[in-house]
Design a binder for this molecule. Structure first.
Ligand SMILES: C[S@@+](CC[C@H](N)C(=O)[O-])C[C@H]1O[C@@H](n2cnc3c(N)ncnc32)[C@H](O)[C@@H]1O
Length: 421
């Protein structure tokens, strides 16, 4: 039964701190419903566990965790999945019996019905009680507040939205032709003429199956590297140091079709996807190479120097929480991440030619991984100059540019560094 799989998946992510994987629902009949329900439950877990504990006379015992999750799922379905309330109640009662909690069917019935009767009261409570409004763990709120005290509320609220899907296309003409074909399902933005907002997910299947040049699904914030690249001279030889699965490489190859591009990454599986993507992106350019490399350990000598190095560093992903609500359950080790980023920065710098540019980016909003990281790098060297620039969204950070997540976009950080002779 679908709900069993969903509960098993939630236990893996929430209690056992495992990664959320699509394969958890691979063989479910209605995969997109399962996926939506899992993501919404992860997104709102911290709210409904608190609500549930208020509704119960005594807490549910640890050994009955599946029952507890079934109730939380019921509350999520009532509030976030547009399912008729009493269908959810009846279905949850049936599932309680099927899950071998027959003794609890009256409890499930009572709790969910009570919630529905008091729903207006809860709606009011959600607006007024921060823990229920935010549905975030304390450590995540604290980390966000430390970096962005004035923006913490808007960041946290945006983390609760269902993420917007964006398509990055090969040219503004391609974007226009897709737009005229799928008028109601896509829309444009003033910020990038190659970006299309996907209003109905179903359109993607049609676009992808129509031709190979359908583009790349990529959040608008990551697509902004297109504008960052406009700030530097046209590169001839570039290194995409953390290239997989190929989102930034797609833009490099589109914006500089003749570029000599070397892509490196440490992860075999992701390198496989990168190779597939590169074949699809650009069959004409013969100057693309892919090399497996660990920038923290291996020899850093690439045998040549590059006039552009892009380092889209591994990070906490604190800017993509609406896309990955599972991150709320797996506290990152920030000092370890910062250590990796700092090693990588130092090591890729030696592959940059004097006068060349390095673009460092992350999908994090934490200053420790972004501006603090760069400030510390700059302070340790004499051959770095920061190139100032602005983007149409986001704000100037202590150094570099920070896009904070909002309803439509993820968070992303960019900085441009020039290597002095
Ligand atoms: C943010 S992702 C890159 C996304 C990619 N630039 C894109 O646009 O599709 C970070 C990448 O860094 C890679 N990575 C992590 N540690 C690394 C290391 N020590 N050396 C090289 N690559 C590493 C990860 O495997 C991951 O693919």
């Amino acid at each position: 039964m679908i709900i069993f799989k969903i509960i098993r998946c939630l236990i893996q992510v929430i209690d056992k701190k495992h990664y959320l994987k699509k394969k958890h629902v691979d063989d479910c009949q209605n995969q997109s419903y399962c996926w939506d329900l899992i993501k919404q439950t992860l997104r709102w877990y911290y709210r409904y566990i608190e609500v549930l504990n208020g509704l119960l006379e005594k807490p549910i015992k640890k050994k009955n965790r599946e029952l507890e999750l079934l109730l939380i799922i019921g509350l999520v379905r009532i509030n976030h999945l547009q399912e008729p309330n009493y269908h959810v109640v009846n279905h949850s009662v049936d599932l309680t019996r099927a899950l071998k909690f027959k003794w609890a069917d009256a409890l499930v019935n009572k709790v969910l019905r009570q919630y529905i009767l008091d729903q207006d009261h809860y709606e009011e409570l959600y607006k007024n009680k921060p823990s229920l409004m935010m549905a975030h763990p304390g450590w995540l709120i604290k980390a966000t507040k430390k970096s962005w005290p004035e923006h913490v509320n808007s960041i946290i609220l945006s983390n609760q939205c269902i993420p917007q899907k964006w398509l990055n296309t090969s040219s503004s003409q391609k974007a226009q032709s897709l737009l005229s074909k799928y008028k109601d399902q896509l829309s444009t933005t003033d910020i990038l003429d190659t970006a299309l907002k996907i209003n109905h997910h179903s359109v993607l299947d049609n676009i992808v199956s129509a031709d190979d040049d359908w583009g790349y699904i990529q959040d608008m914030s990551a697509q902004m590297i297109h504008l960052v690249l406009k700030q530097i001279p046209k590169p001839k030889k570039a290194l995409d140091a953390c290239a997989a699965p190929g989102g930034k490489a797609y833009i490099l190859l589109r914006d500089f079709p003749d570029i000599n591009l070397t892509c490196t990454d440490v992860d075999d599986v992701r390198l496989g996807i990168l190779n597939q993507n590169l074949r699809r992106f650009n069959s004409a350019n013969k100057n693309i190479s892919v090399i497996k490399k660990n920038w923290c350990e291996d020899n850093h000598d690439m045998g040549c120097l590059f006039d552009l190095v892009v380092i889209d560093a591994p990070c906490s992903g604190s800017g993509v929480i609406k896309r990955h609500p599972e991150k709320k359950f797996n506290r990152w080790d920030l000092s370890e991440l910062c250590q990796i980023q700092s090693e990588m920065l130092k090591n890729v710098w030696s592959s940059l030619t004097a006068g060349g540019f390095l673009i460092y980016s992350t999908c994090s909003i934490l200053k420790e991984e972004n501006s603090d990281q760069i400030l510390s790098f700059i302070s340790s060297r004499k051959d770095v100059e920061v190139k100032l620039f602005k983007l149409p969204v986001g704000l100037q950070s202590d150094v570099g540019w920070q896009i904070l997540p909002n309803q439509e976009m993820d968070g992303h950080y960019f900085v441009i560094l020039k290597k002095l002779s």
